[in-house]
Ligand binder design. Structure first.
Ligand code: AMP
Ligand code: ZN
Length: 497
């Protein structure tokens, strides 16, 4: 079966046909490096990674490009609010470049821990200002721009297909119009290509341009950098679903406005990770990072396993209970893989195998199911079941253990759980930095409930009650730490682990 992907452009599942047979050009929107990535953002990057790994497994040569946004992204995606980088630098008493460097390193530290392969090309916005200026010149030459209040704007009425990705036309968009504060705009959906003095006199980084000294709007970087590295027409573009209505819609208007032809063939968007029924977001101030999960006793692999257990186009609700289930399931899988390795003797792992690169022997049917699951719009929950089944059958003799090990290696080349490595290393300890995982689900829930009760007491300024709860938990070895993004806890068992 050929690979089927759900294309947001057109809202239907389509057979994937690359522009150049055997090759895939793929651009994924990267992070804005003004803060740590939260675990919702990391879902977007595990999705990009799963897509790139799947394409390689299916035999394609993939060029995966990702940007790092270090200029131009305002707190509102439609040019409202403050510049995220400048705001973060001011709050932390650092320069914008220091902030960008720090959070770029933190981002790759997280993605490395999640076993997300680095994209082939990683490009920073501030290193591509000339490319953006050249692209804006082309957009301007084609009559899509106007100047107002010193800024250069994209005139969305000049591009008849505006809103196509979101399945909306300009009149639908107008009906649901956002309130926009920028009086320079002729139309609320117009957006900035180049800012000059009219906004943010204190902008840290500015460049000379035909429109005056200033800095680029957020959307232009993705158009300019993707085309620089992948050409004017490429295969796949990804991002979270929040990017559909503004960021990607504007990217298309820019790119196609400059070239006059189709830009991207397949648009793939991941759904949100939600916490308490709300999208996790950096601006809410209440977000979880990978480090916080690790501090709570989980391994980064547990989080990857949890994510793969949901389809990328379904909302996924985060809870500590589901992290516990993921942790236990992965631990179990590693232990069983370890037993499988023993049963198989010394088998060359064959990791990185392509689906069609060898005869899978007695594991052929499972490998075929695994491949089909991925070909059906990256059905990772079903792919995981096939992995579990091949291990089970390798242990009960339905599949030769040596064949099962080879299949596990190939499957894990896509899923990225580092199963064989961990099985050989530890025989099943998926790790984590505190002792909290030794607590039962019920105990953990009780602690979470007490923390919520304490937060409510603090809100009511009932400090005595709040302190009582903290001290009581401390007596049980549960240490609370209050931070800007809420309270986290650590379990320091009495034996001092
Ligand atoms: P940002 O750094 O804010 O530009 O976001 C990075 C990526 O994370 C983008 O592709 C977003 O669409 C995606 N994203 C943001 N919030 C969530 C969430 N709660 N769940 C999944 N993806 C998200
Ligand atoms: Zn982008």
């Amino acid at each position: 079966m050929p690979l089927q992907l759900y294309n947001t452009m057109g809202r239907k599942t389509e057979e994937f046909r690359p522009i150049t047979p055997g090759k895939v050009s793929f651009y994924g929107c990267g992070p804005t490096v003004y803060n740590y990535a939260h675990i919702g953002n990391l879902r977007a990057y595990v999705f990009q990674d799963t897509l790139a790994r799947t394409l390689r497994f299916l035999g394609y040569k993939v060029t995966h490009v990702m940007n790092i946004t270090d200029v131009g992204h305002l707190t509102g995606d439609a040019d409202e609010g403050e510049d995220k980088m400048v705001k973060s630098a001011a709050e932390r008493g650092k320069s914008v470049l220091e902030i960008a460097d720090f959070y770029t390193k933190a981002f790759f530290n997280d993605t490395d821990r999640l076993n997300i392969r680095r994209p082939d090309i990683i490009c920073r916005a501030t290193e591509h200002i000339d490319d953006m200026i050249n692209l804006i010149k082309r957009i301007e030459a084609n009559g899509h721009t106007y100047t107002a209040g010193g800024n250069l704007y994209y005139d969305v009425t000049s591009y008849p297909d505006y809103g196509k990705l979101a399945g909306l036309n300009l009149s639908d968009l107008k009906a649901g119009a956002r309130i926009d504060v920028d009086e320079n705009k002729r139309n609320p959906f117009d957006f900035v290509l180049w800012f000059t003095k009219s906004k943010f006199e204190n902008q840290a980084l500015t460049w000379d341009s035909p429109w005056g000294r200033g800095y680029p709007g957020w959307h232009i970087e993705c158009s300019a950098m993707s085309m620089k590295y992948l050409g004017e027409h490429f295969d796949i573009h990804t991002g979270g679903i929040d990017h559909i209505t503004i960021h990607h819609t504007n990217e298309i208007a820019q790119s196609e406005g400059a070239t006059g032809k189709k830009w991207v063939n397949y648009w793939l968007h991941n759904e949100f990770l939600v916490l308490n029924k709300e999208k996790m977001s950096k601006s809410s101030g209440d977000f979880l990072t990978l480090q916080k999960l690790i501090d709570q006793g989980y391994g980064s692999g547990d989080y990857r396993f949890f994510l793969l257990g949901g389809h990328y186009r379904s909302q996924l609700a985060f809870s500590w209970q589901s992290m516990d289930s993921a942790k236990n399931a992965l631990k179990n899988l590693i232990q069983r893989t370890s037993r499988l390795l023993e049963a198989a003797g010394n088998v060359p792992s064959g990791n990185e195998d392509k689906a069609g690169s060898r005869d899978w022997g007695s594991a052929s049917a499972r490998m075929e199911n695994f491949r089909t699951a991925l070909e059906q719009d990256l059905n990772t929950p079903r792919a995981l079941s096939e992995l579990q089944a091949v291990i089970k059958e390798g242990l009960n003799g339905a599949i030769l253990p040596a064949d099962a090990v080879k299949a596990v290696a190939a499957m894990d080349g896509v899923l990225g759980l580092r199963l064989l490595e961990k099985a050989a290393e530890k025989g099943g300890d998926s790790g984590g930095s505190s002792g909290s995982a030794t607590l039962s689900v019920e105990e953990r829930q009780r602690i979470e409930d007490l923390i919520s009760k304490r937060a409510a007491a603090k809100k009511e300024k009932n400090w005595a009650e709040a302190d009582k709860i903290r001290d009581m938990l401390a007596g049980e070895g549960i240490i609370l730490e209050d931070g800007a993004s809420g309270t986290i806890w650590k379990h320091i068992p009495k034996n001092g682990v």
